[in-house]
Design a protein around this ligand. Sequence first.
Ligand SMILES: NC(=O)c1ccc[n+]([C@@H]2O[C@H](COP(=O)([O-])OP(=O)(O)OC[C@H]3O[C@@H](n4cnc5c(N)ncnc54)[C@H](OP(=O)(O)O)[C@@H]3O)[C@@H](O)[C@H]2O)c1
Length: 293
Amino acid sequence: MKILVTGANGMLGVDLCAELTSAGHTVIRADSGIRDGLSLPAWVRIDVTSTKEVAECVLYHQPDAVIHAAAYTDVDGCERDPDLAYRVNALGTWNVAAVCGTHHITLFYISTDFVFDGSKKEPYTEFDVPNPISSYGASKLAGERYVASLCSRHFIVRTSWMFGAHGKNFPDAILRKAGAQSEIGVVCDQIGSPTYAPDLSRALVALLESPLYGTYHITNAGHCSWHEFAKKAVELAGVKGVEIKPMPATAWPSPTRRPAYSVLRHYALELQGRDNLPPWADALNRFITARKS
Ligand SMILES: NC(=O)c1ccc[n+]([C@@H]2O[C@H](COP(=O)([O-])OP(=O)(O)OC[C@H]3O[C@@H](n4cnc5c(N)ncnc54)[C@H](OP(=O)(O)O)[C@@H]3O)[C@@H](O)[C@H]2O)c1
């Protein structure tokens, strides 16, 4: 298949394009700013907030599917500048959904656990009602609604706590600090499911051939707090002499309210008998091993 990926230069985008290519698909990589050395013919520069640019790009390349991973992902930035959040995450997705819907192109939209408020005490299924408590979550939910209403052949894939080799990520930040500090305070009262970008990429590639359009939750299996995530990263990296101290979310300086509990149950995959995502600690181990080499 010919697949156009927006946000191709981002943390998920880079791994996803590699996975699509190794599965034999033709990949059109689209992003807002292309790093030096990557302006190859297969790269396309687009601003998803431009209706014209999005339509021209999609119509020129005529993909079988679009995977829309581009987003304004700075959660605190979204809180400070909600107009920018809505411009990129809502209008940008509106543009992509409109052209895909009109031209019957399958659309994958990558969404987030932040569409939920975090008040539930057990994992959220795809049938739970979203209620975002941040601008990032609200703008991503607005994107979901455009996708669902404008493009019948859609997959809305919610994921969470992503980490990978090609972007700013939590385990890297912890391991950098662990090399420089003897004590690190980490939030212990927010619970979620860490997700390794290559594992999510494989799951997305597997969904490409499915006729069962709709909403899916895809994360690594299991859940933890940020504190447990940090402790496991330090343990797997073999770093000694640093204490990871539990800290309440209220002690973390941020303008953003985050869900206290945002574990996503992969209910749609479970119902289809295809929920086979590996555990997050196994994924973290692979990430740390790859980081060392
Ligand atoms: N990271 C997570 O923990 C997480 C969790 C749940 C869901 N998600 C979702 O997963 C998707 C991928 O996330 P990620 O972490 O890979 O994000 P990322 O590393 O921030 O990458 C996002 C990409 O989108 C591009 N982009 C931003 N504004 C754009 C615009 N106006 N036009 C075109 N491209 C634009 C960025 O390019 P520039 O940098 O050049 O602007 C960047 O390459 C996003 O939809 C995100 O909402 C992420």
